[in-house]
Design a protein around this ligand. Structure first.
Ligand SMILES: Nc1ncnc2c1ncn2[C@@H]1O[C@H](COP(=O)(O)OP(=O)(O)O)[C@@H](O)[C@H]1O
Ligand SMILES: [Mg+2]
Length: 308
């Protein structure tokens, strides 16, 4: 649904985006993750046909955004980092205005307006001035303007930035509810955003794609073993050696006087055997907690390696 090939964008001497390529399938939610200044906004503006690259190609929903920018905008809904809202308008008047400039035929406008207000949950504030809305509601109105022409593809630039935790949860749920019917690419510099919302991740750093994979695929890159934390009810003395000898355990590290970090091969679940060894050795078991490799580990590693 989205195919990007060799995009490069220079601002004068400075290369903001360099040879960026990726693909996103129909109905997916993809996260475009990278530190500030990585080139996310630049790439998204190119995809949305608001910025022309120096090199490369972007095809969205079968439309080449460089050859046919107007055609591309018809099938793309774009939510910029700062939503283009007008404070002095009511929600309803603003969306009517957007429907008009997006050339939605007059006969269809009311139906589209109702449908989109219902979809993003702003029906109850349609008569309110945009100036008086909370940030969460403003972002919903931003989503509504992106959705009003029922685009196949949604491009959302940092859609939860500046929201409080409750609002973030609501907007995430809303975005998830839109996947399937729409193909979505959202940018973020916040790691949990991607793990909570997306199926696929494209990591960008200093204008270059450093990884592009599913979440599970990315985790596999750095995950060589399963590990878990073991906490017992009295000091370890002697237990560490006993755990080390449990079949399948590859590494044991003392974290503090009552807890151990235990590692095993990927395909082996040694927790039962470890627990039995703890009891048989006369210790009580307080905690046995798997430690999952997070996307953060992957992200930090990928962007750090790039720097080194
Ligand atoms: N209009 C511009 N002129 C010059 N440099 C720019 C311009 N827009 C962005 N940049 C630079 O390009 C780089 C990428 O910016 P941007 O795409 O906004 O990154 P992100 O959205 O990932 O934070 C940054 O170093 C930024 O300072
Ligand atoms: Mg940005």
């Amino acid at each position: 649904m989205i195919e990007v090939e060799g995009l490069t964008k220079r601002y004068g001497e400075f290369t903001a985006v360099e040879d960026v390529s990726f693909k996103i399938e129909a109905g997916e939610i993809a996260g475009f993750l990278g530190p500030n200044g990585a080139g996310k906004t630049t790439t998204m503006r190119i995809l949305s046909a608001y910025l022309v690259p120096n090199e490369g190609r972007a095809v969205v929903g079968g439309v080449d955004v460089l050859e046919d920018p107007m055609g591309a905008r018809k099938i793309i809904g774009y939510l910029p980092e700062l939503p283009p809202l007008y404070d002095e308008m009511t929600v309803r008047a603003y969306l009517q205005f957007v429907a008009k400039i997006k050339r939605i035929p007059r006969r269809q406008r009311e139906e589209r307006l109702q449908s989109v207000m219902y979809k993003v949950g702003i029906k109850d504030v349609e008569g309110r001035l945009i100036a008086n809305l909370s940030k969460g509601y403003r972002q919903r109105v931003g989503l509504a303007q992106a959705l009003i022409h029922n685009p196949k593809v949604l491009i959302l630039d940092e859609p939860t930035i500046g929201l409080d935790p409750a609002q973030i949860r609501e907007i995430r749920a809303l975005i998830k509810s839109l996947a399937g019917a729409h193909t979505i690419i959202l940018s973020t510099h916040i790691l949990p955003e991607v793990t909570m919302t997306c199926q696929k991740v494209i990591i960008i750093d200093k204008g270059r794609v450093v990884a592009s994979d599913t979440l599970q695929g990315l985790e596999k890159i750095v995950r060589q073993s399963e590990s878990f934390l073991l906490q017992v009810d009295r000091p370890l003395d002697g237990l560490t050696e006993k755990i080390r000898r449990v079949s399948g355990v590859t590494e044991v590290e003392e974290k503090d006087e009552r807890s151990l970090l235990v590692k095993s091969a990927l395909d082996q679940d040694v927790r039962n055997d470890v627990a039995r060894r703890v009891f048989e050795s006369g210790w009580g078991l307080l905690e046995l907690r798997p430690i999952h490799v997070t996307l953060e580990d992957v992200f930090v590693r990928l962007t750090r390696e790039e720097r080194e």
